[in-house]
Design a protein around this ligand. Sequence first.
Ligand code: SAH
Length: 334
Amino acid sequence: MQLALAHPKYGYYKSKEPFGAEGDFTTAPEISQMFGELIGMWCADIWHKMGTPQDIELVEIGPGRGTLMKDFLRATRKIPGFHESISISMVETSDRLSEIQHQAINHLHPRVKWFTEISKIPNKPVIIVANELFDALPVRQYIKQDDKWHEKQVGLNQNGELDFMLLKSSTTHEKKHEHTKNGSVIEVCTTAMSIIETLSQKIKQYGGAALIIDYGYNEPEYKNTLLAIGNHKQCNLLENIGEVDISAHVDFAMLKNFAEHFGMTAYGPTFQGEFLQKIGIDIRTETLLNNATEKQQKDIKTARDRLIGNNKDQMGELFKVLALTNTEIKPEGF
Ligand code: SAH
């Protein structure tokens, strides 16, 4: 999964344009400007609750095309003192996407820097945002068979083709998931754990908050959630490697437990729909509708419904929001 997505030459994020109507999937910031605007207002509110520190790092991990940050910066421009106090760190592994992000936002703020790892960002108070980052991180999969856990791996079969194969696993899953039936699957994302550890330690030491939004679950369902998507359709994981997106649902219970272990106070996970409504998507929608043509009004309403609706093709319940803080700050939206 790591190679398929991030290989310097053949990786999916390195070579293909995944986002938008032409691409393989559409993310919330690409659906509506309201998403980035509201996240911007949420962060500005956190900054106020921290006592308006004068030198603070605003960090986005996995910024895609930079759309969220573009809308964020536009929406928060007039908040007195905010832009003067922030410096921006964009944490991105793909050179191609970093370049696109550069073009999208560099002119909107005097202090924007790019890093390939969260551990490299400056040491100061931070507000961190990650939308649809964690579902793109590679997972290890374990499956229970004959009452034993096996790691599912990819190798070459006798015909010289890529195939799944099982390796008897010597992990400690036996104890923790003792009660599960044969056929159960667990997914473990060690990169997610190390990102949570690093960001929790930054927040604990220097103060601040993190906001994590993704497609995921609160309780493990012991199912395979690995999925390959090409041209908006599900396809075979082992065919067209590097040409199609691969993702896995995010284990929010794990993210939350892990962050709490590193001293964070966690809020949520809550549904994206509820979160966006609590932080003002209806008021923002009204304002946009008042200044729109009839065609634009229709698009604005469709976009709003897609972000907060509960149908299968909408994001309101499928996507969850988790906030982490170290202080007495109670974030909005929960
Ligand atoms: N947040 C954007 C893009 C989501 S796609 C949006 O909502 O539209 C996932 C993004 O995470 C891509 O930009 C990808 O290159 C980046 N990414 C993947 N693994 C990463 C890692 N380990 N660290 C930082 N960014 C990563």
